[in-house]
Design a binder for this molecule. Structure first.
Ligand code: NAD
Length: 285
């Protein structure tokens, strides 16, 4: 309660401990970034073998950014693997970055909310699920906020701070203060399908994939986008995001008469999810 009140003010207590659930593409990299910025982070995953690669990516990031071995070590010491999830009970923010499925996220919330500190904030990194679809299991829905990071986390400044219908104003402010604390740019927005960025990005990616269905090679589509000034082409980006995640987001956002990109469907069915599995529209190994 105190933290939520205090965080609404300019002299807000900084976040000291972040617990991240889901050590995949996003959770692993958010955890790494927060530890780089001085926060103690515990990192949990249903599949414990996902944690070690995330820690390895963090080590690479720290070596590149911090250079001095003692600083790298200090950052590594702040990033703590937590298979049993002890961090849930200690963290100031518990952030989930698990599979993009409302039912699975609700199940997780029902398990963890009773173990969280009274004044802790519950955050979701969901790309597309409106927060109101996640609150039915919560006793305190006012403390749920969307903290939507972008991929790759170390390079993308923006974090959407998503307000559900029940999110307390103080929790929104706390989310914004946290983003600033870790040197990110908070963009407050209301919880609507796709929030702000994915509402625009998702149709763009879908259209690019439909062009691939029409026989235009991914390389050509991506090169054209780069000619327009995009830092990365849409097909390459989809592979980086993860085609399973892109598929789930598309399901959430597509209008009923939107055509389904067939190549995407085939790749997802073949479990070729892009960079993280070594193959998607492109080969990554
Ligand atoms: P991912 O598949 O790389 O990782 C998900 C991780 O969650 C896996 O390691 C899995 O083992 C774990 N997991 C699944 N269910 C779990 C549970 N019940 N408890 C604990 N761990 C569990 O996925 P990702 O790309 O990191 O996406 C995670 C979330 O972040 C999704 O909600 C997605 O929409 C969102 N997101 C993704 C991107 C992106 O570019 N990939 C960007 C922004 C937001």
């Amino acid at each position: 309660q105190d933290r939520m009140k205090a965080l609404g003010k300019a002299d807000a207590e900084p976040i000291r401990h972040l617990h991240v659930i889901g050590a995949g593409v996003m959770g692993g990299d958010i955890a790494a970034w927060a530890a780089l910025r001085g926060i103690t982070v515990t990192l949990q995953d249903l599949a414990p073998e996902r944690i070690a690669p995330a820690i390895k990516r963090a080590a690479e990031l720290y070596t590149k950014r911090l250079k001095l071995p003692h600083l790298v070590q200090a950052a590594m010491d702040r990033l703590i693997p937590d298979v049993a999830g002890h961090g849930v009970a200690k963290a100031d923010i518990v952030l989930e970055a698990i599979v993009e499925n409302a039912e699975v996220k609700r199940k997780l919330f029902a398990q963890i909310e009773p173990r969280m500190k009274e004044d802790a904030i519950l955050a979701s990194n969901t790309s597309s699920i409106p927060l109101q679809e996640l609150t039915s299991v919560l006793k305190r829905p006012e403390r749920l906020v969307g903290l939507h990071f972008f991929n790759p986390v170390a390079q993308m400044m923006l974090v959407e701070i998503v307000q559900g219908p029940q999110t307390a104003a103080s929790v929104m402010l706390a989310g914004q203060a946290f983003a600033k604390q870790i040197d990110k740019l908070p963009l407050p927005c209301k919880s609507a399908p796709g929030f702000l960025v994915n509402r625009v990005l998702s149709p763009y990616l879908a259209e690019a994939m439909l062009m691939v269905d029409e026989g235009i090679p991914p390389e050509t589509v991506d090169a054209a986008a780069k000619d327009f000034g995009m830092p990365m082409g849409p097909i390459e980006l989809a592979d980086m995001v993860g085609l399973d995640v892109g598929w789930a987001v598309g399901q959430e956002l597509a209008k009923p008469d939107n055509p389904i990109p067939q190549k995407l469907k085939q790749l997802v069915e073949a479990k070729k999810f892009g960079k993280k599995t070594g193959e998607g529209f492109y080969k990554w190994v």
